[in-house]
Ligand binder design. Sequence first.
Ligand code: MG
Length: 112
Amino acid sequence: MNLKNLAEKVSVLNAKSRPHYKLYSQKEKEILTKTVKLNEEVGELCNDILGILKLQRRAKLEKFDKRNIYQEFADVILTTMMLAEAAGVDIERAINDKLKTLEKRIEEENRK
Ligand SMILES: [Mg+2]
């Protein structure tokens, strides 16, 4: 298979899957946009983690400001909360439920 054949196959797949990607409401568009934004913010946080660990190329490290990581953590948390609100998820309840699950799991593992 060459790149042209692959592009043709991808084009057919795109045409077949396109109806599944229709957005029907403003709410769905908002949720999708905020999901993409969250991924962007997670990527920026990852970039700063790589910078702190000096795992970036030199040109990036020269521009790197380690104080920016505070902004990126805040961006991830705030964007997550915005997405949760858009999706109708009670984030306080979600976190409390998850904490209980984690605490229970740790207790059970410590008993073994
Ligand atoms: Mg950011």
